[in-house]
Each structure stands twice: as structure tokens, then as C-alpha cells.
Design a protein around this ligand. Sequence first.
Ligand SMILES: Nc1nc2c(c(=O)[nH]1)N[C@H]1C(S)=C(S)[C@@H](COP(=O)(O)O)O[C@H]1N2
Ligand SMILES: [Mo]
Length: 318
Amino acid sequence: MLIRRAERFKASDVTDETLYLNRREFIAGGAAAVALGAYDVADAAAPPAGAPLKAERNEALSVKDAATKLESATTYNNFYEFGVNKDDPAREAHRLKTRPWTVKVEGLVHKPKTYDIDDLVRAFTLEERVYALRCVEAWSMVIPWIGVPLSALLKQVEPTSQAKFVEFTTLLDPAQFPGQKPGFFGGGLDWPYVEGLRLDEALHPLTLLTVGMYGQVLPNQNGAPIRVVVPWKYGFKSAKSIVRIRLVSEQPKTAWEKAAAQEYGFYSNVNPNVSHPRWSQATERRIGEFRRRPTLMFNGYADQVGSLYTGMDLKKYY
Ligand SMILES: Nc1nc2c(c(=O)[nH]1)N[C@H]1C(S)=C(S)[C@@H](COP(=O)(O)O)O[C@H]1N2
Ligand SMILES: [Mo]
């Protein structure tokens, strides 16, 4: 797998959008063996983080902003299973074995299904969308994510009429996630990391089940082999390295609600008018920029998602 080896990501290699684009052209021209929307898994002895992953950009669901440097997106992370510091994930994430990996989709569905990660990537058409992920700590990054609309997967399992919420669960394995070891300060979280969405939020076309970024298989520190990206919500709603998607009738208890409910609500829609108890959320620092920028309602997606919350008091349901 010459291409994979040559292309295996090295943060220092790719430092700006221009280089990134050239690189994509190179991949497009040289990777005849790599089918659109699927990497070659014939020789997947090693987890393919960094292998080229092609997908057509969905322009309608992409922002025009320049992407954050790949190096920043892969070295400044929140992934408390690896530690609470921003540089812990890049240092520790090699411990995570992303193959074999299955995702169980179960609960209130007519057709529960366990997907092997590679079958899942082959079964759906991958799209690339450029989304800003905005952290509750008031910084943001613009990342070209690759994945499948979560709705495509949910349609396959056929939620029952009782299903009202979707719960996402990250792998529980203290042997691979030092932050889950008893006695390790994992930010006070109760493992495994659990997140959730209302079913209509989960079915919204913007919600992306994500397997790659920057034209590559997702790096471990960004949630390999599969994570969620919900662009109109704060980053912690986008659970990483998930092993289970469960449809349920009651609002799931999320890891951050259990840890500090008054700071991290279930909805956590990006909202410049609702402050975090310890800081304002009116402006944000885009990683790589000097000047702070005003934060937009629903992270700029008010036209697309506003109707999901008609009549709701967003100060109460923060
Ligand atoms: N399992 C798990 N998922 C997680 C987290 C985590 O600690 N554990 N952190 C969240 C937070 S706070 C943010 S801001 C984003 C960061 O994603 P990124 O590192 O790919 O930018 O992941 C989210 N998903
Ligand atoms: Mo975050």
C-alpha cells in the first residue's frame, strides 16, 4: 500500500490550505485503486488513520471559511479519555486500536444492526462538509469533515414510533484510554462518555456520522474510527470513538450533564446570548486567528435548524 504509506499523515507536512488542496489533487490523480468514498482495506493490518479517504464535497452544507491548519486540528484537542490537557490526545491516542471495530445500532428500532466499521464506510456514500466545530470554551476550528448523514444510517434500522432520542456511547476500555483508569483525573466524567440528541436533531441533514477529515481517515485523537459532528452545537455534543447508537424514549443522561448540569445542558446549541456560568459565549477565538469574532446563533445555521426549536425557551433549555 504505497499510497497509504506515502500519504500517512504527518502534521508537519501539511501546514496550509494551499498545500492541502495540492495534496488532494495528488491523491485524486494518483489513487486509482481507491474507490470514491471507500479506502482500500485489503491490506489493513494497521489502523488506517491518515490513509487517503475521498469524498465529494457537499457545497450546500459547507461553509466558505478557510480550513484550520491540519496541524492545529490534530494537536489541540479535547478527548478526556486520553487526559484533560489539549495536547494529551495527540500524544496518547496511538494507544487506541481502531480495528476491529463495530458500532451497534439498537434500542427502539425495527431492525437493530451491528456494523463493522469498514462495511459501514463501504455501505454509504461519503460526503465532505466544511464545518466549524465550536468548543464551549469559546474557541473554534473549521474542519473539512468526511462522513455520512446520520439520517441515512438511522433510516436503515427503522426507529419505532416510541423512539424520541438518540444516545451515543464511546468505547469503554481503560487499557486503551488512560483517562478512564480509576484514580486518573478524567475531568470528573463518569465513563463511558455518553452524548445524545433529540431524534429530529439526529435526523437533521447537518448531523454527520464522521469517519474522516482533510481527505484522510480520521486521526485517533479526533475520534477514530467514527464520531458524530453536530455543527450547530458546542463540540462536546459530538461524541468521539463511538461503539453504540441507541434509540430511546427518554432524554439520555449525558456525561457532561452528570458532571456539571448547570454548565452543560442537554441542548447546548451554540448561542451567543446564553453565557456559560464562568464566561461569556458572545465571541470566540478561531484557532489561527488573532482577533476574536462574534459567535453566531446556532453557529451560523439559524436558517437551517432554527425551526427545530420553535417556541422553546433557549435560556431554559441551554
Ligand atoms: N468521547 C469523547 N468525545 C468527545 C470529547 C471527549 O472528551 N470524549 N470531547 C468533546 C469536546 S469538549 C470537543 S470540543 C470535541 C473536540 O473534537 P476535536 O478534537 O476533533 O476538535 O470533541 C468532543 N467529543
Ligand atoms: Mo469542547
